[in-house]
Every structure is written in structure tokens, then in C-alpha cells.
Design a protein around this ligand. Structure first.
Ligand code: COA
Ligand code: ZN
Length: 212
């Protein structure tokens, strides 16, 4: 069942500000689309997301559940954002590695980008297309991501470089890959994995401690 607002057919349970534009029918319940945000027909957005003022979500973009899309974020075709990702103000994705105004490329020429569950991208992060940003990674404000980012990596700068590791709670890990919140990690592939099965940011460590 859909709602109707001045000709816009809104998916059930979706709030759209009177000055927002949601043309997509594939938006989950509980998602809010605020003023001057534009969700294009064919964009997919999950449940309980926040699409803040001035954001743009294009046809072919896929966004999971409980994602924060702050003001003026640009999400284009070919970009997939998994659940509980935080996209800070002005985050810019790309999908054409070598754009030329005079050359029109088809969708098959676009390079896909994936942002895994729980990652944070700070304000004005730019993501050059074709990369995967790992689960729970933290990209500092203003970074330019030009390569794959491992799970739980802390990345800053232009070009973005891994400078350390972050907990699913958002704090930096010490040299022993422990967090003050009690979570502990170990190397796993290129990134980290929780040793105690508490990688989920919502989980509360049983024995939260700051001891070394
Ligand atoms: C990343 C961040 C959390 C700082 O993390 P931190 O763990 O406190 O980092 P530190 O201050 O210990 O810095 C570690 C190093 O990274 C550098 N650094 C930190 N943030 C940086 C950034 N955004 N860009 C470039 N370098 C940065 C520091 O200068 C420092 O470098 P040094 O070791 O050469 O001195 C913060 O800078 C940031 O970008 N937060 C995101 C804010 C945001 O965009 N919010 C959006 C919602 S409003
Ligand atoms: Zn922590």
C-alpha cells in the first residue's frame, strides 16, 4: 500500500518532507526524506534510513537499512551501501573513472563501489569508484578513497591511507587491538575480526573493561 502526496506515490511508512522529492517506490518503511533531497525512481533504499536535506540517491544505487545519509551526500548508479553505514555531510561517490563530457558511456562501463556494513565516511569524503570499503571501517573527514579499505581500518588523507584500526563503537584500537569499550580484535585477512563475537556495534561487551 502506498501513500499519495500531491501526485507523488509514496511507499507505505515513508516520510517525505513537503519540499523533498521521492520518486522511488522501493524505499523501506521508517525512512525519512528531508527537504531538497531527491530519491530517483529506481533507487533502492531500505528501512529506517535518514536521507537529509539536499542528498541525492540515483537510479541504480542500493542502500541498506538504518543508513544515515547526511546533507548533500551524492550516491550514484553502481554504488551499494550496506546496513548501518554513516555517510557524513557532502560525501561524494563516483561511478565513471575517466569521465568525458563528450563521450556517453553505458551502465556497463561504470565501476561498482561497495560500502560494507557499519562503515563511517566523514564529512566531504570522496570515493573514487571501483573500491570496497570494509565493514566498520572509519574514513576521516575530507579523505579521498582510492583503494580498497579493510574491515575496521582507520583511513585519512589524500590519497587515503590506513593509519590504524577502529572498533565497531568508533574508537581507535590500541596496539593490542583492544578498545576501551571492552571489545577485542585479531587480524583476519587484510582487516580485523572481533575475537569475542561482538563486532556488532549494538552488542554490549559482557566484561567491558579498560584494563590493558
Ligand atoms: C578521524 C577523526 C575521528 C579523528 O580520529 P582520531 O582517532 O582522534 O585521530 P587522531 O587525532 O589521533 O589523529 C591520528 C592522525 O590522523 C590525522 N588525522 C585525523 N583526522 C584526520 C583527517 N580527517 N584528515 C587527515 N588527517 C587526519 C591526525 O592529524 C593524526 O596525524 P599524526 O599521527 O601525523 O599526528 C576525525 O578527524 C574525523 O575526521 N571525524 C569525522 C567527523 C565527521 O566528519 N563527522 C560527520 C558528522 S558531523
Ligand atoms: Zn569500542
Amino acid at each position: 500500500m502506498v501513500g499519495d502526496r500531491g501526485g507523488q506515490q509514496l511507499p507505505a511508512g515513508v516520510f517525505v518532507h513537503p519540499l523533498g522529492l521521492c520518486e522511488s517506490s522501493t524505499v523501506g518503511a521508517g525512512t525519512r526524506v528531508w527537504a531538497f533531497a531527491h530519491v530517483v525512481d529506481g533507487a533502492v533504499i531500505g528501512t529506517d534510513c535518514n536521507v537529509c536535506d539536499g542528498a541525492y540517491v540515483e537510479y541504480g544505487a542500493v542502500v541498506g537499512d538504518r543508513v544515515t545519509i547526511k546533507n548533500q551526500v551524492m550516491i550514484f548508479e553502481g554504488v551499494t551501501v550496506e546496513d548501518e553505514v554513516f555517510l557524513g555531510p557532502g560525501v561524494a561517490f563516483t561511478n565513471d573513472l575517466r569521465p568525458r563530457a563528450a563521450i556517453k558511456r553505458g551502465a556497463d562501463a561504470l565501476l561498482p563501489t561497495l560500502v560494507r556494513t557499519g562503515a563511517t565516511l566523514g564529512a566531504r569524503v570522496t570515493v573514487v569508484c571501483g573500491v570496497t570499503i570494509g565493514a566498520n571501517a572509519f574514513i576521516g573527514a575530507g579523505a579521498v578513497v582510492v583503494a580498497d579499505v579493510p574491515d575496521h581500518a582507520f583511513v585519512v588523507g589524500n590519497p587515503g591511507r590506513v593509519r590504524g584500526w577502529v572498533c565497531s563503537c568508533g574508537e581507535r584500537l590500541d596496539d593490542s587491538l583492544r578498545c576501551a569499550c571492552g571489545r577485542r580484535y585479531q587480524r583476519s585477512g587484510d582487516g580485523l575480526a572481533a575475537t569475542d563475537g561482538l563486532a556488532d556495534a549494538g552488542a554490549v561487551p559482557a566484561a567491558a573493561t579498560t584494563e590493558a
